[in-house]
Design a protein around this ligand. Sequence first.
Ligand SMILES: [Zn+2]
Length: 484
Amino acid sequence: MILKRGGIAVLLTASSILLAAQQDGQSVIAAIKAEGLRSTEAAVTFHTLTDTIGPRLTGSPAHVKAARWAAERFKAWGLDNARLEPFRFGPGWSLEKLTVEMTAPRYMPLIGYAEAWSPPTSGVVTGTPVYLGDSTAADIDRLGPRLRGAIVLMHRPQTEFLRNDRPEPSIGNGPVQTGNPPLPGPSSATSTFAMLSRLRALGAAIALTPGAMEHGTVRVQGYPGTPRDAVPTMVLAAEHYNMLVRMVQAGASPQLRIEVGARFYEDHPNSYNVLAEIPGTDPVLKDEVVLVGAHLDSWHTATGATDNADGATAVMEAMRILSAVHARPRRTVRVALWGGEEEGLLGSLAYVEQHLRDDASRRKISVYLNDDPGSGPSYGFYMEHNEPAKRIFDAWLAPLRDIGVRRNVIEGIGATDHVSFDRVGIPAFNVIKDFHNYDVRTRHTNADLADAVSAEDLRQSAVFMAVMIWQAAMRDEPIPRSRR
Ligand SMILES: [Zn+2]
């Protein structure tokens, strides 16, 4: 039976046990699946975030636009307290213009992207690049004034590449290796840090570095603390970078034309988390919160589709579904769309700092469920070595077998927002997703575009999350805490 909102007051005066009996079990789960698996809303949310709003670099106007839009959707779907919560971030940055091309001895456009928070070039920069990959610091110092206004190839040709996605954690029954496979670093005779400080002092125009991915894919990040007078930096597709080095070394004198237009938003030091709720209905348990989240921010060279518009869509759509089926959870369900994840989990850390400073407040968070690394369907959860919680989550997968769940793994995973909660003793778990092409193709790259995600997987992930939220919100007992 699906309860209508009008019936709730009557039920509450009866007893929470009756309410639980009415809404527990298969009827609400069946309603969640019926609503979520046939809806086109997830695709609309996802394409708005990716195609329409675009990359959502923390601090950029696009991220704020996405946050405001998400809050409006939560209101439209009937959630309570939809709001933006600010946290201190630093200047935002957005790319306004980018040209990188070879103009001689033949014309060829190149694949390359400015690192986030790179200063702009001073207008159009032209010239034959100077190769410094084999130069010592003393060599660089000797070049001195010849580097003023120069385009610099900082590193040796890239010969090591990220060629394999991580092992899929959901397959098999054994232990799994989790986490991000390392990206091979660029190689040079002088450290990148030492080189950049010299290039800055000598007034180089822009420093180019090769990516470590193949086939025109470029992974590009950046550092929000980059000084305004730093040398502009750009990552070139490895194949193009390597070609330029070979041409310079062969005396072919390639001519480049480069322009980076970038804007800093010094007057807007805040970023935002987006929060909204479905209030709990149990007289006692409603003070407890099932917190569900995903980061809304992304890197800047594509549209942040697999990292992490799909995760943000899954948790948004899960909330829409729960509202649409008039689910009356015993615990309060709170959704969070974090900012600043890519710069160091900053939004979720700010939330803990703002709301969860003491043990009493932490105890009110029953569980935190996060949707981030990977793409495709949801297969289960990383259980962070919490055996008692794993037994509960294993049982919760039962009603989801028909939509492709596989298993929970006892291992943990790092480097995403559940860590902010886990480290203060809150049971906090991340969804296991698919890793096909995630590491080698889309994560933090110019290929992280909407085509990498299917509408069917978005629906599945949303239904998966809604059913897990529902079960967490209805359980009599708290989720076991493995630490503290
Ligand atoms: Zn990421």
